[in-house]
Write a protein that binds this ligand. Structure first.
Ligand code: DX5
Ligand code: ZN
Length: 222
């Protein structure tokens, strides 16, 4: 089942509750929250206080994508703020297994993220631990970038591995998901579709979310 996860990175932060409500009316089923620290990625966004406010504004799951160094130091704070899903980058975790355990220990759904240059096979051994795997289809840091086509092969490889191993993790894709790319992304096997610019960029989040989700479902044959 394909789902749309609007990414608030491209939303109007001064009207965040309204923007999230509109994206939810348009069919968003979880809210993607991009946390950037200015070290792991060359941009700074938001942290637990904003997640705490968002928690009061929506009942949808909050999918927190941590693009930060030393993520273990902040897991408890995100749990306290009301995060539901937390993903950490393979590239940011010296002890990835420990990070995933820590997320689960705090009652949240653990996910692992791969940058475009990191091969899917790197995470083979920890796949049984994760609720979702996030394939970055742009280099993390900014919204509105162009989709990197070889991400499709990575999504296909991950879907194959899931079947071979008999696992049930969800496959999420993030970056450049828009009208011109969504069909290929879904056909490759992704089911959690993050979209920032395509939902919020033009200022009509409800209708743009609805249209994107409709294209995704059509491509998935749903
Ligand atoms: C990029 C973020 C994405 C971003 C995607 O580092 O992880 O979640 O919001 O934005 P679009 O959909 O505009 O490519
Ligand atoms: Zn993201």
């Amino acid at each position: 089942m394909v789902e749309l996860l609007p990414s608030i990175l491209s939303a109007d932060f001064a009207h965040l509750a309204d923007q999230v409500a509109a994206a939810e009316r348009g069919g968003g089923t979880a809210i993607h929250v991009d946390v950037m620290d200015g070290h792991f990625v060359p941009n700074i966004t938001l942290g637990p206080p904003l997640v705490k406010s968002l928690r009061k504004a929506t009942s949808l799951p909050l999918d927190c994508h941590l693009m930060i160094e030393n993520p273990n130091d902040y897991i408890a704070a995100f749990a306290d703020a009301g995060a539901n899903w937390v993903s950490v980058h393979y590239e940011a975790c010296t002890h990835l297994h420990r990070s995933l355990e820590l997320i689960a220990h705090h009652g949240m759904k653990p996910g692992v993220v791969l940058n475009p240059a990191s091969r899917v096979d790197l995470i083979l051994d920890i796949l049984p631990m994760v609720h979702h795997v996030l394939i970055m289809s742009v280099n993390p840091g900014f919204g509105g970038q162009e989709f990197i086509p070889f991400s499709l092969q990575k999504i296909r490889r991950l879907a194959e591995l899931r079947q071979e191993l008999g696992l049930a993790f969800r496959i999420e894709v993030d970056g450049g998901v828009a009208h011109d790319t969504v069909a290929q992304v879904v056909q490759a096997g992704a089911e959690l579709l993050v979209a920032g610019n395509a939902v919020f960029g033009a200022g009509h989040p409800e209708q743009d979310a609805r249209a994107l989700l409709a294209s995704a479902r059509e491509a998935a044959g749903e």
